[in-house]
Design a protein around this ligand. Structure first.
Ligand code: ATP
Length: 240
């Protein structure tokens, strides 16, 4: 029998008052996949992540995490079950040091030894964070801050990480570096990554598969290479 998808949504629908921001979104992400959710401004990408991670209750539809129905579960419970959401901008606390930010991320993890091991692993993955561990997070560059945001999520020992626009405000070279880090991370650890991006080309180069949202609904989906090679999708939704 095939393994349950790491994340699956069925008919996920979200309203903000009278506005339907997400319209019956079906999406499936295999364990260990790097999956992109693309679309223009206002297409519903952030809303999708917020509904999947328990930050906004859906009007209808279901969210399944490794086959278990977690619809309506609060975000804290989803964190305990291994689903971590890194918001746009990373949510890094700039008044704290790099290491204090990381330690905060590890608070949900049981056991001092497990937390220390996680800290070592994050520093192994992101060497610049080790070098700057006693510095204020406010002193980090945009790329380092994004590493800190991802590192802080990893401290909780997640099975699935949802990343909202990690390339926002970063130079193309730094964005490519972050994408390589994500690819490296999932191939080393088997982590499942769902990546929301406006930067379609960069995201499709890194991801295995993608969904394209348009006005809250799924406009296209498939392997990244197919989407990149489809003239209709490129012109209509990817701005390529
Ligand atoms: P962006 O790339 O600009 O973040 P997005 O694809 O993430 O866009 P969402 O932020 O999910 O899109 O927004 C989807 C729709 O829902 C938009 O029409 C937006 O104006 C609307 N919307 C988002 N948040 C709210 C809210 N809190 N109240 C009312 N409408 C909202």
């Amino acid at each position: 029998m095939a393994a349950d998808p790491a994340l699956r949504t069925e008919g996920l629908t979200v309203h903000y008052g009278a506005v339907r921001a997400l319209d019956a979104v079906d999406l499936e992400v295999a364990p260990g996949a790097l999956h992109a959710v693309l679309g223009a401004n206002g297409a519903g990408k952030t809303t999708f992540l917020r509904a999947a991670s328990g930050l906004h209750p859906p009007r209808s539809g279901r969210v399944l995490l490794f086959g278990e129905d977690v619809t309506g579960a609060p975000a804290e419970e989803l964190v305990r079950r291994g689903l971590l959401h890194v918001p746009e901008g990373g949510g890094v606390l700039t008044e704290l040091t790099v290491e204090e930010n990381l330690r905060l991320g590890g608070l949900v993890r049981r056991g001092r030894a497990a937390r220390a091991a996680a800290l070592g692993e994050v520093y192994d993955l992101f060497a610049p964070l080790r070098e700057r561990r006693t510095r204020s997070a406010s002193s980090l560059s945009g790329g380092e801050r994004q590493m800190l945001a991802i590192g802080r999520a990893l401290m909780a020992g997640p099975r699935v990480v949802l990343l909202d626009e990690p390339s926002l405000g970063l130079a193309p070279l730094i964005t490519r570096r972050i994408m390589h880090l994500l690819q490296d991370l999932r191939s080393r650890t088997g982590l499942t990554v769902v990546l929301v991006e406006q930067n379609a080309r960069t995201a499709l180069r890194a991801a295995d598969r993608a969904h394209v949202l348009d006005q809250g609904a799924v406009a296209a989906e498939g392997p990244s290479a197919d989407l990149l090679g489809d003239p209709r999708v490129r012109a209509a939704y990817l701005g390529l």
